[in-house]
Design a protein around this ligand. Sequence first.
Ligand code: ADP
Ligand code: MG
Ligand code: MG
Length: 206
Amino acid sequence: MTEKSKEILDKLADVIIENKKHLTKLDSAIGDGDHGINMARGFKEVKEKINGNNYETNQELLKSVAMTLISTVGGASGPLYGTAFLYISKVIPDADFTIDSLIEIGQSAVDGIQKRGKAEQGEKTMLDAIIPAVDALKESKENGDDLEEALQKCKVKAEEGMKATIPMQATKGRASYLGERSIGHQDPGATSSYLMIKTIVDELYK
Ligand code: ADP
Ligand code: MG
Ligand code: MG
């Protein structure tokens, strides 16, 4: 069962590495221009780590990813994504995903990021892509959507959330130093989060 998860994580790493320039460019506008560099460095290590090891469970696999991210990404995003994956590692099942397990996984990521970074939705951070995606899953559960429909909606909401960071003023992280000048730019962390959510959904339904 860890094989499928490894495949998804490997693809996720490829997408982040492919988007290194894009993420760095976004971070140059409202930060210090290293988000793509930070993330690509970390996910290159993740690829090596997971492909060079055997894991008995998804929990072990995700914990290994979390530790690698915490020790290699750096910046604000390293500990935040690291904690998200660490929290996910505590709840991820080995069985096929269900709407309930996906909600639990998404909510754990949000909890981990908020525990570390103390940000709320609307502060122009990675949470602005992730929270709407998790909310979409919760809504799909209530509506009784099937898993594929739920995941497609989740992806759309993550993208809308990412784009919604453009008119926001940053009140957390480095971009907050710019005050009103942070308005008009898409948040780099919300962009990397969207890319990860998109990749997971696409890999589950390819
Ligand atoms: P740094 O700002 O230290 O250079 P990165 O460039 O790698 O780190 O990451 C910047 C991203 O981190 C931002 O675009 C934002 O999405 C995210 N971020 C910063 N602070 C927080 C926070 N407190 N909570 C959630 N996300 C945050
Ligand atoms: Mg930066
Ligand atoms: Mg930095």
